[in-house]
Design a protein around this ligand. Structure first.
Ligand code: ADP
Length: 397
């Protein structure tokens, strides 16, 4: 079985064609600058990289170009589109409407459109991607795989905000969580690596990248997560503030003469690591600046590490102790110094890093970086969100 995974952004579209027998990508790539002049497709297959520079006025044109590459004599990996058994679409927010992977249908699309208000930055792009695929591949089976579904198992006391209950019911304002496919994948891989059943494990998964979230996973099910109603909440991120007192946000809006929308954009795009350091949102740049003595870069990194440490402590309590902590995504997989900074001082919780093992370079495989006498295993696991989307799509079929 071959599944095409599509992750559509407002002006970009990433894809992978995955062979479910081997669970390997036959081809992968992305379109950039859709709807803007200077469109570009980068396609990797058969050990080569193919680049096509061509204006892509909309997502339908972008998908058509991707499909033409997949069946191309040189760049292609299949003979015809019939070899694609189904398409799995990444969708960020499901609200309370969808709790699991769902087949694309007219009815489902209507419900998804109604949800756009909940995730205005992300869901409209997924809708564009799905509609484009339906136009170009009529009749092909497609699934919507939500970033939020892994978090649908959170108990009510974890996902509720303490607001007027009637407002929760009316507006569905609550914690949803994001990065669910990643938390699901790495918690499953951790259980495999440890040779244990997921049902028997308490795991804290740290997806630390440009956007970051931390989840508490009990017996294979998510019981809490750091992101909230939107991906703004939780630990400070590349450009997002993370948790902040709402009254402080309102005060800033008043002082800076920003509307609510402008305030929201400010907290999403100008804060976090970038706002604190004034240097960059990229952890490599921040670490280089810290080396050169930049104290605001030091502060940004220290705030990030401290916030992650606090979430780990909170989730140790929520889980009644953890068997394993997993680090994944750009920072979690590659930044040994940040991993060390986060778990420093947690020895009394049974969390102890092996400094030498922690220095191992990311080679795409799972690494145990915990000390021999660490009660809690510390694992570095490369995430694979596309594979989860493909697996969920295949399961649904
Ligand atoms: P996104 O949330 O956009 O998917 P990623 O998971 O790709 O982000 O993570 C991007 C972040 O990972 C960047 O801040 C980058 O600096 C960081 N990163 C990647 N490689 C390294 C590395 N070797 N050392 C430190 N940070 C790294």
């Amino acid at each position: 079985m071959k599944i095409l995974v599509i992750n559509a952004g407002s002006s970009s579209l990433k894809y992978q064609l995955i062979d479910m027998e081997t669970e390997k990508a036959l081809a992968k790539g992305g379109c950039e600058r859709i709807g803007i002049a200077g469109g570009k497709l980068t396609h990797k297959a058969n050990g080569q990289t193919f680049v096509i520079e061509k204006d892509l006025p909309n997502h339908t044109e972008a998908i058509s170009l991707v499909l033409s590459q997949l069946v191309d004599k040189k760049a292609g990996v299949i003979r015809s589109m019939d070899e694609i058994d189904a398409v799995g679409h990444r969708v960020v927010a499901s609200g309370e409407t969808f709790t699991k992977t769902t087949l694309v249908s007219d009815e489902g699309m209507k419900a998804l459109e109604e949800l756009s208000e909940l995730a205005p930055l992300h869901n409209p792009a997924a809708i564009l991607g799905i509609n484009a695929c339906r136009a170009v591949m009529p009749g092909k089976k497609m699934a919507m795989v939500f970033d939020t579904s892994f978090h649908a198992t959170m108990p009510d006391y974890a996902y509720m905000y303490a607001i007027d209950y009637d407002d929760y019911k009316k507006y569905k304002v609550r914690r949803y969580g994001f990065h669910g496919t990643s938390h699901k994948y790495v918690s499953g891989e951790a259980a495999k690596f440890l040779g244990k059943k997921p049902e028997s494990l308490n795991i804290i998964t740290c997806h630390l990248g440009n956007g970051s979230s931390i989840s508490a996973v009990k017996g294979g099910k998510c019981v809490d997560t750091s992101m909230g109603f939107t991906p703004l909440a939780g630990v400070p991120m590349g450009t997002r503030s993370g948790d902040i007192d709402c009254a402080a946000a309102e005060f800033l809006c008043r002082k800076k003469g920003m509307s609510m929308e402008e305030g929201n954009a400010y907290l999403n795009k100008k804060c976090g690591m970038l706002g604190i350091s004034g240097v960059s949102s990229d952890f490599r740049d921040l670490e280089a600046a810290r080396e050169e003595g930049n104290d605001r870069a030091r502060l940004a990194l220290e705030m990030f590490a401290y916030s992650c440490k606090k979430y780990i402590g909170a989730y140790m309590a929520a889980l009644g102790g953890a068997d394993c902590i997993v680090f994944t995504a750009g920072v979690g997989e590659n930044d040994a110094g940040m991993r060390a900074q986060i778990v420093a001082g947690l020895e009394n919780f049974g969390i102890k890093l092996d400094e030498e093992k922690n220095k191992q370079k990311n080679d795409g495989s799972v690494h145990d970086v915990s000390a021999a006498d660490s009660k809690v295993k510390i694992l570095v696991i490369p995430t694979n969100e596309e594979l989860v989307i493909a697996r969920e799509t295949a399961e649904l079929l």
